[in-house]
Write a protein that binds this ligand. Sequence first.
Ligand code: 4GX
Length: 252
Amino acid sequence: MKFDILTLFPKMFSSPFEESILGKAVVKGLIQIRTINIRDFALDKHQVVDDAPYGGGQGMVMKGEPIARAIEWIRSENPSVWTIFLTPQGKRFNQRIAQELAGHSHLVLLCGRYEGIDERVRELFADEEISIGDYVLTGGELAAMVLIDAVSRLLPGVLGSDRSAEEDSFFLSLLEYPQYTRPSNFRGMEVPEVLLSGNHAAISRWRRAEALRRTWMRRPDLLEKASLSIEDRELLEEIIERDPGEKAGDGI
Ligand code: 4GX
């Protein structure tokens, strides 16, 4: 998978893709990340990329021409790229969208700065607009990094084994169960006994019950969409009977 990032701050992207899992994916050639400085596509002597908004008001707006030329240059290499603008006005990013994007072979991510981008560039060039959440960043760069991280880990070979694709769709409906590692006693707190029992059926049941408990307490909205087995429903009923008052928003 190829990612082309259009930005005024290409240096922001160096270390996040040099470390750990994504760093290895780059070295293995599973992902290619290229930053493109929008300023290099400005035609004037001073390489101006922003200007005051028509109609007046605060701040600056990114000019259309440098961005248009940068995108046209990428499209001249590969006409079938998918172009994404990161903006709070976009559709909210989630695991389902990450999975959809993982099906593309080449994504272009446009990172806006200032008050935004000339509307005509959006109309002409955006295939999709995505927001990573309802808060305001100083620019689209961190949003692009979040998207690349979430998409890359879905690609074959990026996470050591071929786990997770399945676990991720699972994540869409339930929160994860709690994890423990050595020592078995940490600051006076014991690991739940069942995890030391070696009884794999009992461990699976306990983990499923804990996933259901956490989801009920913290993200009850997810349970409405989850496909639950008859055993799940029985476990959940027990959980709700035992802790009816502990649900998030009910006063913890
Ligand atoms: N999820 N920002 C973009 C500049 C901007 C404003 C309007 C286009 C239109 C954000 C987010 C985000 C801040 C990135 C404003 N560009 N991006 N930037 N939340 O807050 O993606």
